[in-house]
Design a protein around this ligand. Structure first.
Ligand code: T1G
Length: 704
């Protein structure tokens, strides 16, 4: 049901013992829309004037307590009554109020709860203040009340990490007053209030309490860590500033300062980008044409090939509750595979995420086999074997005689043509690409590759599986590199041009770090090893047009054994087993001599120019992907880059940036690039079409 049109989302129900229930019903997540804020204000006024009411429980219908402000309203001019004012009414209520929490009480939802005198919750509930993730700060007292409730350090941890706090911790640190163990939350909350009446103690609202004591030293160290981690993102630092105010200003002054920061951030580019990411994650799951198609049921999953990728995929499925069989063709391979799977969980033990017993139970839950015949009951088989067309075709041919008619055969190939793999099968409609990113049990991104003959039901099943795996699952069409690797390959080419034209390796890395990527690209290449890309380059070179510019430097590096960190040298030097990159004079010399050989006169490139071109290059390739209908919508491309390639989430993704910066500007940069780089760098007609029609790139439909 539409959140805005839901009638009377707030009502006051009178009950026995003088306790009223303020009930909120605003599906799906009881967001604090304008109607809810208005309803809450009126409800409190009613509670205040009705002499038969001695206290009230704030309770929500549906799957959750209030999950926060209505994100769709953020960024638009706020409408009265504003949330901080509504919460001030709760806070000032002369009758005790208890909020009864279930589901997720997040953001403004938890701020409402902190406006009440008490908080009780079901054991499965979670609370948190995730505003920073939306590029804002808690804007309805969160930064002022939370330090009063639990101290500045803990408040800063919760607000800057955006984590959802479980109830055992919430009770321990004082976020809630009691757990309601019985099934009936509402009854439990009423009993709690009656017990409070019995104590005879007057409740003290959080705003009237002094700030809880804070360990100054560890608070300072937390602040330093946050500052380091959030390079480029404004909201976490602003949240810390506001939490600091809680100690130095009065409650009222602190609230005013919080509001000012909140309003400034709510209309910022970063907040718009982060809202785009929030809704984007949800949009990609809505695929036109699949809305009414029931997915097949999937419980038994087999993964063939237990290398790093295969064992990560197997762990991802096991962690999501699937029954998993791991297949290797030889006993020796299987032993190694077992070792890799065990290694994943032992790593969890080392990092304190799992107990030894939990790890052992997990490891014991896998089946291992060398026989394809053991897969007769599989619902989904994913191959993660060697990237070779014939190997994959043979494997799928053998599989089709073993598995049932509805078994989905998925390939994890990164570059091979899935249409060709499917062509050898009797039921090509059962073939789909499931392109995971390494480590597959950790990385959020999953590209679901829709091949020519993939059945809609198979695609719907892949999406449902992606959701259960808690991945960001994006549908892509078949092409070299699908969405992510295709854009990345283009970007890699550009980074090589920068180098050959005059920038140094470390300048390029610095520019990309400043842009917000977690690592410089050349450091990443060294980390992943240069040999895989080398093999691809050799393969691609054969299909390149003669006029296409080709930079030989990476090949020369590989020929000299500079294969990355694992070789102790790559784009950088790594001395004595260290993983810290040191600029390499050998590489600098090699680059310089290539410039001379090709007659390129060196030109310095500023960080700004590097960043501008990288972005324009990604946008252009993204537009070509749209035009070829490889991606369904621009937002799908953004979600790929944000979740698999380290693109800074607070920038929203390249396609989002194109609209933010203006398409005409992007085209200008692209024309310069086309003039310099030539073949392969033609400006996509999608951009010209959008400009001509006066529309945003975000509005581009895959049906165009
Ligand atoms: N506003 C508007 N729509 C929302 C929403 C919200 N806060 N939360 C969810 N939705 C929509 C969502 O788009 C989807 O719609 C549907 O609800 C179900 O969501 C003043 C300013 C609560 C944990 O950041 O984390 O308070 O796609 O698919 O997996 O300080 O939604 O079906 O059309 O995600 O069960 C702070 C955001 C706001 C919480 C449920 N709050 N939401 O997860 O379902 S800022 C948040 C979530 C704030 C104050 C500030 C999750 C969830 P559709 P879903 P789910």
């Amino acid at each position: 049901m539409d959140q805005h049109n839901h009638p009377n989302p707030v009502s006051v129900i009178k009950a026995e013992n003088g306790i009223a229930v303020i009930q909120i019903d605003n599906p799906p997540v009881n967001a604090l829309s304008h109607a809810v804020r208005l309803g809450l204000k009126q409800a409190i006024e009613q509670v205040e004037v009705d002499e038969s009411i001695k206290g009230a429980v704030l309770h929500c219908l549906g799957r959750t307590f209030i999950a926060g402000a209505d994100i769709k309203e953020l960024g638009k001019p706020p409408k009265q009554p504003y949330l901080p004012d509504v919460i001030a009414y709760l806070d000032a209520c002369s009758k005790p109020l208890v909020s009864a929490l279930h589901g997720t009480a997040l953001g403004g939802g938890f701020e409402v709860a902190m406006g009440c005198h008490y908080r009780v919750a079901l054991p499965q509930a979670r609370v948190g203040l995730p505003e920073v993730k939306l590029g804002i700060i808690p804007g309805a007292g969160g930064t002022q009340r939370l330090p009063r409730l639990i101290g500045q350090e803990k408040a800063a941890d919760i607000i800057t990490s955006c984590r959802q706090v479980k109830m055992t911790e919430a009770l321990e640190i004082g976020l809630i007053d009691a757990l309601i163990d019985e099934n009936d939350l509402l009854e439990g909350a009423k009993s709690f209030l009656i017990k409070q009446f019995g104590t005879g103690e007057a409740p003290v609202s959080i705003s009237k309490r002094p700030i809880m004591e804070t360990n100054e030293e560890s608070y300072a160290s937390l602040k330093a860590k946050v500052t380091k981690r959030t390079r480029g993102q404004i909201s976490p630092i602003k949240a810390l500033e506001s939490i600091d105010n809680a100690a130095t200003l009065s409650f009222e002054e602190g609230m005013a300062a919080e509001r000012a920061i909140f309003l400034e951030l709510a209309s910022s580019d970063q907040a718009a980008a982060l809202r785009h990411a929030f809704f984007g994650e949800r949009t990609i799951a809505k695929v036109p044409g699949l809305e009414n198609i029931d997915p097949r049921s999937v419980t038994d999953v087999a993964v063939i090939g237990a290398g790093n990728m295969g064992s990560g995929i197997a762990a991802a499925f096991a962690d999501a509750g699937y029954s998993v069989t791991v297949v290797e063709m030889s006993e020796a391979g299987l032993e190694q595979g077992k070792g890799r799977v065990a290694g994943i969980y032992q790593g969890g033990v080392k990092r304190g995420k799992l107990t030894q017993e939990q790890a052992e139970r997990k490891i014991a839950s896998f089946s291992f086999t060398t026989q394809l015949a053991d897969l007769s009951r599989s619902d989904l088989v994913i191959e993660a074997v060697f990237e070779d067309m014939q190997v994959k075709k043979d494997l799928f041919t053998n599989l089709q005689s073993v598995v049932g008619p509805d078994c989905i055969l998925a390939t994890n190939t990164s570059y091979l043509d899935i249409n060709e793999i499917a062509s050898v099968l009797e039921k090509p409609e059962n073939v789909v690409g499931l392109h995971f990113f390494s480590p597959a049990n950790i990385m959020k991104l999953l590209e679901i590759v829709d091949a020519e003959k993939t059945a809609p039901e198979v695609l719907a099943t892949a999406l449902a599986v992606g959701k259960k795996l808690r991945k960001i699952a994006v549908i892509a069409g078949v092409c070299d590199g699908f969405i992510g690797n295709r854009i990345w390959a283009r970007n890699r080419q550009l980074l090589e041009f920068f180098l050959e034209d005059g920038a140094e390796v470390e300048d390029i890395d610095k520019a990309m770090l400043e842009f917000g990527f977690p690592m410089g690209p050349y450091s990443v290449f060294d980390l992943s090893g240069l040999d895989i890309a080398w093999a691809q380059r050799k393969r691609k070179k054969t299909s390149m047009k003669p006029a296409e510019r080709y930079v030989e430097i990476p090949d020369l590096l590989c020929e000299q054994g500079r294969l990355g960190i694992k070789a102790g040298k790559g784009w950088y030097d790594y001395e004595d087993g260290s993983r810290k990159p040191q600029p390499s004079s050998e590489v600098a010399k090699l680059v310089a001599s290539e410039r001379v050989r090709k007659g390129i006169s060196q030109r310095k490139l500023s960080s700004e120019e590097i960043q501008k071109r990288v972005l324009a290059g990604m946008i252009n390739e993204g537009c070509k992907i749209l035009q070829e209908k490889i991606a369904l919508r621009p937002v799908d491309i953004d979600m790929v880059l944000l979740n698999g390639y380290g693109y800074p989430v607070w920038r929203g993704g390249p396609m989002f940036a194109a609209d933010q910066l203006g398409l005409a500007d992007i085209v200008r940069t692209l024309k310069e690039m086309e003039a310099e780089y030539g073949e392969g760098w033609e400006v996509s007609p999608v951009l010209a079409a959008c400009i001509e029609r006066g529309m945003k790139l975000a509005e581009w439909q895959c049906t165009e």
